[in-house]
Design a protein around this ligand. Structure first.
Ligand code: UDP
Length: 313
């Protein structure tokens, strides 16, 4: 009986990935300390007989009894600027010590290690779109550094385990992703705008709204993650996963107002420090090696997410 470990199983991507693999019949051992993951998500996962849960902080010593672990999706980390800026030291520990601990598990059990890195490793990029061979423009001492540098060092650890211990590692850099099971108060732009619109509250655009992001629907991301885990052992990445559909934040606000039929007004707030001006992945590598494609256009995906939040509120 093979087991797939998913750290951060109660978070947004973790819940969606767990559900998809559980439905395929895989045995999942989910690990989460529920610092930003939700009990509500976990309750849904617990309904599956092939799901087992371990409440655990990955940055603490971790002992997993299973000998038959086949692969580890290491997703655990706070990922929303609002949360990681509130808990910077925890975020650093999760990404350094937590990744080290999970790499040790992968080494002992000879399992595949799929690490979810981030577009944030490119910082406030000076190259556009961002391809995997761009080394980034990251402030090492700013308010986003705990996440950016945390993920960068986690990538470094992952590649050291590959070089030194031949662990079968795979690294993906996930760009902005949205969809069902996002937490309504995690502070990120898609959930903020939709929740504000549904409550007819002001839509808070930070800065002038001309900064861009490229939003990927969770279903497309999951297909990418699973193709990556199934890819040949000699494919380590890093590989970008996301969407090339770049949009200004102000236009996202207008789209959400239109699609919800909301009475909300747009208000402008201060732009947080070090907020990247532009972000869009170069997906050539993912398309070539993983046959990755985006099949959910943004309006359709946002509409579906609006319906999810309508139910969740
Ligand atoms: N943003 C915004 N209003 C909000 C939340 C976020 O204008 O209520 C902006 C934020 O400043 C950034 C973009 O939306 O430019 C994406 O922010 P998010 O926190 O979702 O993710 P990031 O890509 O910055 O990690």
């Amino acid at each position: 009986m093979k087991v797939t470990v998913i750290t951060g199983c109660a978070g947004f991507i973790g819940t969606n990935l767990s559900l998809k693999l559980l439905k395929k019949g895989e045995n999942i051992l989910g690990i989460d300390n529920l610092s930003s993951g939700s009990e509500r998500n976990l309750k849904i996962l617990r309904k599956y007989k092939n799901f087992e849960f371990l409440k655990k902080d990955v940055s603490k010593k971790i002992k997993i009894e299973y000998k038959n672990i086949d692969k580890i999706f290491h997703l655990a980390s706070m990922a929303s600027p609002k949360f990681y800026q509130r808990y910077p030291l925890e975020t650093l520990k999760t990404n350094f010590t937590g990744t080290l601990n999970m790499l040790e598990v992968a080494k002992k059990t000879k399992s595949k290690f799929i690490f979810s890195s981030t577009s944030e490793i490119y910082g406030d990029p000076l190259v556009h779109p961002q391809s995997e061979n761009y080394w980034g423009n990251v402030n090492p001492i700013g308010i986003r550094s705990c996440y950016d540098e945390g993920k960068r060092v986690a990538e470094t650890l992952t590649f050291e385990y590959f070089r030194n211990f031949k662990v079968k590692v795979k690294v993906c850099r996930i760009f902005n992703t949205y969809g069902k099971f996002m937490s309504k108060d995690d502070g990120r732009v898609v959930s903020n705008f939709i929740v504000q619109a549904l409550k007819n509250e002001d839509i808070t655009v930070y800065g002038d709204g001309n900064q861009t992001r490229s939003f990927c629907h969770i279903d497309d991301l999951l297909n990418g993650l699973i193709s990556l885990s199934d890819s040949k052992d000699d494919f380590t990445g890093p590989v970008n996963l996301g969407s090339e559909e770049e949009i200004k934040i102000i236009d996202l606000a207008k789209m959400v107002i239109k699609l919800t039929g909301s009475q909300s007004k747009i208000v402008f707030k201060d732009l947080p420090k070090d907020d990247p001006v532009k972000r869009k992945p170069d997906l050539s590598l993912a398309k070539k090696v993983l046959k990755y494609k985006n099949s959910v256009p943004i309006e359709m995906g946002i509409l579906e997410t609006i319906e999810y939040f309508r139910g969740a509120l």
